[in-house]
Design a protein around this ligand. Structure first.
Ligand code: DUT
Ligand code: MG
Length: 583
């Protein structure tokens, strides 16, 4: 129960709400417990003794207590729901914050579907449970103990019936706890599966359609869906099986009370009202137990969710936290010192092997190499998306691991290989890294990225809201917006990872030219490119092969000294891909 207990600690923040709910519930329970006694009084003292005045007076009291009970219950519900939703909001906030703190390493290992379930269904389960507990945790035991006590007081001669009935009910309650908990755990796991299928399907919907995989995807979803329904039914069935037992116990109890009470009434030593009141208390007690069994089901479900949430909250980011060295200014000198890197934790196949090079402030360093050589992996070490397994990367002589993460990333403009856009205006998408960037800078960046043209042609220009993941733009347009984001003039370091793969050669050349325009502020650039045309003007070209730096030099020296480079060069000349080189 420790996971549940720990999360319930959140309630400390709303203790007033959490306290108010059960307090008001006390009113309702007290009033409920009074009712059977009042009925007894009407029957035995009023009707039996022909005292209609007492019947009327007691009737008024009954209505008053009912109103009070309703008011108490209503107020309790109000506070319980408020506390529940506040609790849920705080919990979701914490889950989201934790997910945000995850490194790429963490995220590589976690399924998106599982994260979504944690944030939605699991958090909802906890929230519902809190609401229910705040309403039921006082009502249930008080009603149970209260009704049994009142029944004993009202009719000691029938009271012993409880001694028989309660143990039967207790056994069935214990049984239910053991049955439901593991089943609800499975339900939540299956929900992960469903969310993963769904998320993958939506993210890859174009590919699914292109390869006519709809049928396959439908089957995959149907399987996960059916399995979820199956598990849900099994869990609910386990939870519901106590209901008939309770109803049966109740019926047997009522019949027994009527039978025994009937004899007493016939013998004249018990009032009819006493029997009726007893039966009412019996019903209240069984109702309380039914509530308890529902609560148990809900708690065991929430318990499964709580464990999952706590496991997520306790997942530590897979590398040391942000460094502490503040870095207000940055010259942009980047040095790789014998850097090796592997994606697998604790070793595994190295993706980069002992890479060393220097990018001086203001220099342009180009990375060239076959696909899978390790270029993207290399550049991602600079803004610390991952940490090297050996060696170090420094910025202005400071290990990037020691630099405060916010400062580090504020100095680096990066366009990833895959353009990621958000459902927001184009302007906001460009100014993402620097929300304080003036409009002039945004337009300037868009112009250089050759995006200004298509943006201003849109009716709402820079205020055009793009779809989810930029879905309303073409591949090349998306890419240009992503480049513009990196081209804001404030970044002393610029990283372009194969950023022009989706634009035509002419546009690529125009972007090149804009980058090298004399009015551009001096910055260090690391550029990954497929086409020689994009690297020809670089101060330094690094040729990467299979995770190794096999050669470095300028275009001219490499052409003479390096066979791989020459091969790439010649293959591209044949394609005419160089026709715009150097423009
Ligand atoms: N790799 C992983 N996990 C990842 C990304 C890549 O194991 O999350 C592997 C695949 C490949 C190697 O690392 O064997 C290098 O990948 P990288 O993406 O760095 O290669 P690239 O040079 O950028 O290739 P491309 O030109 O296709 O972008
Ligand atoms: Mg790459």
């Amino acid at each position: 129960m420790s996971a549940l207990y720990r999360l319930l600690g959140y309630l400390r923040d709303f203790w007033l709400l959490a306290l108010a709910a059960p307090l008001f519930m006390l009113v309702e329970v007290a009033m409920d417990l009074l009712q059977p006694r009042l009925v007894q009084r009407i029957i035995d003292d009023g009707i039996a003794k022909n005292d209609m005045h007492l019947v009327l007076a007691t009737g008024v009291i009954m209505i008053t207590t009912t109103l009070l009970a309703a008011a108490g219950g209503g107020a309790c519900g109000y506070f319980a729901v408020r506390a529940g939703y506040r609790f849920g909001a705080k919990l979701r906030g914490d889950i989201f914050r934790r997910i945000q703190s995850f490194t790429f390493g963490n995220l590589d290992r976690l399924e998106t579907g599982a994260l979504i379930t944690r944030l939605t269904s699991d958090a909802n389960q906890m929230q519902d449970m809190v609401t229910m507990l705040l309403r039921g945790m006082v009502r249930m035991p008080l009603l149970l103990i209260g009704s049994i006590t009142m029944a004993m007081i009202t009719s000691p001669r029938l009271g012993w019936l409880f001694l028989v009935l309660v143990p039967v009910l207790m056994v069935s309650l214990i049984w239910i706890i053991r049955q439901t908990f593991p089943r609800y755990r499975q339900v939540q796991t299956q929900l992960d599966e469903l969310n993963t299928v769904m998320q993958e399907n939506l993210a890859g919907v174009r590919v699914v359609k292109a390869f006519v995989r709809e049928e396959h995807e439908r089957t995959r979803f149907a399987k996960a869906n059916a399995s979820l329904a199956e598990r849900m039914i099994s869990a609910i069935r386990a939870g519901a099986s106590t209901q008939p037992i309770m109803m049966l116990t109740l019926s047997v109890g009522i019949v027994a009370a009527l039978w025994i009470g009937g004899h007493h009434v016939r013998d004249g030593d018990m009032g009819v009202g006493e029997v009726v009141a007893f039966i009412n208390y019996l019903m209240q007690a069984i109702m309380a137990l039914m509530m308890f069994s529902n609560m148990i089901v809900q708690v065991s479900r929430a318990q499964a969710s709580a464990q999952r949430v706590v496991a997520l909250l306790d997942t530590e980011p897979t590398r040391a936290a942000s460094g502490s060295t503040r870095m207000a200014e940055c010259n942009g000198r980047i040095v790789f010192e014998n850097v090796s890197f592997s994606y697998a934790e604790g070793g595994g196949d190295p993706v980069l092997k002992s890479i060393s090079f220097t990018a001086e402030p203001g220099e342009t360093v180009a990375l060239l190499g076959t696909t899978g050589a390790g270029k993207s992996s290399l550049v991602q070490l600079i803004p610390r998306f991952y940490d090297p397994t050996a060696g170090r990367v420094t910025l202005d002589g400071i290990d990037v691991r020691d630099i405060h993460e916010e400062d580090l990333r504020r100095h680096i403009g990066i366009a990833l290989q895959e353009s990621v856009l958000f459902r927001d205006t184009i302007r906001a998408n460009i100014a993402m890294g620097r929300t304080d960037a003036p409009m002039d800078d945004v337009v300037d960046a868009a112009r250089r990225a050759q995006a200004d043209d298509f943006i201003t042609h849109k009716p709402e220009g820079y205020d055009t809201v793009v779809g989810q993941r930029g879905s309303t733009l073409s591949g090349g347009q998306k890419q240009r917006v992503a480049i513009a984001r990196a081209l804001l003039p404030q970044f002393p370091v610029l990283i372009l990872d194969d950023s022009t793969s989706a634009v035509d050669v002419r546009t690529e050349a125009a972007i090149q030219a804009a980058l090298n325009a004399p009015d551009r502020p001096r910055q260090t650039r690391i550029i990954v490119a497929q086409r020689i045309s994009a690297v020809i003007a670089a101060d330094k070209i690094l040729v990467i092969e299979d995770g190794c730096l096999v050669a470095q030099g300028t275009h001219a020296t490499l052409l003479v000294n390096n066979e791989i480079y020459r091969d790439i060069y010649e293959s591209q000349i044949d394609n005419g891909a160089l026709s715009h080189a150097g423009e």
